[in-house]
Write a protein that binds this ligand. Structure first.
Ligand SMILES: *[C@@H]1O[C@H](CO)[C@@H](O)[C@H](O)[C@H]1NC(C)=O
Length: 186
């Protein structure tokens, strides 16, 4: 005999339908899956946002960990992330114009990878609310946000074993930020 499903099952079903593809960082209602912490949920959301799913999630955890929080932090990844960002910008300058002056290539690379640009992209990606820092460290300072964003780009390169994937994420982050800034200025 068919009966209406108990309300609890209905709620569970709604939860299952609503959660997997859109993990919510701040969701207060309902128990989170046992294996998931707010940090993990934020990392899942970040991956969806950048359009890259990590094969080795510990690389992403590391990228989103500041040196003030743990010795296992994103600094080594950020070195690679900075180089990949500069490389992406220099390539774009030369691809657009083979005869571009060296100074212009240099300026594009410097600007695209600058702390201000990188902190804006990191803030837009929600890094201040994700990155793990020590209590006295300001997670929204340009240095911390930019370091974490560069580490994120470096982590993608290591995870994919290719800077191509990192360059894609770099552009995606910067295009999203530029679009948001353009809308805000309208
Ligand atoms: C990473 O890429 C390099 C160069 O293509 C290749 O030689 C190496 O085997 C790759 N490493 C892994 C772990 O896939």
């Amino acid at each position: 005999m068919a009966t209406a499903p108990p309300p609890i099952l209905f709620c569970l079903l709604l939860f299952l339908v609503a959660s997997p593809s859109h993990p919510r960082v701040t969701a207060a209602a309902g128990p989170a899956p046992l294996s998931s912490s707010p940090f993990d949920a934020a990392l899942a959301k970040l991956q969806a946002q950048i359009g890259y799913a990590f094969r080795a999630p510990y690389l992403l955890r590391r990228a989103m960990t500041h040196a003030s929080y743990s010795i296992e932090n994103g600094r080594p990844l950020a070195v690679l992330g900075l180089a990949a960002s500069q490389s992406a910008a220099a390539l774009a300058a030369l691809a657009a114009d083979n005869d571009v002056a060296a100074e212009a290539v240099s300026r594009r690379a410097r600007e695209a990878a600058s702390e201000a640009t990188c902190a804006a992209a990191g803030t837009h990606a929600g890094i201040p609310a994700i990155v793990r820092v020590a209590h006295k460290t300001d997670a929204s300072s340009d240095t911390v946000v930019c370091g974490a964003l560069r580490a994120l780009i470096g982590a993608v390169a290591v995870d994919a074993n290719s800077t191509d994937a990192a360059v894609e994420v770099f552009w995606k982050l910067h295009v999203l930020t530029a679009a948001a800034a353009a809308i805000a200025a309208m």
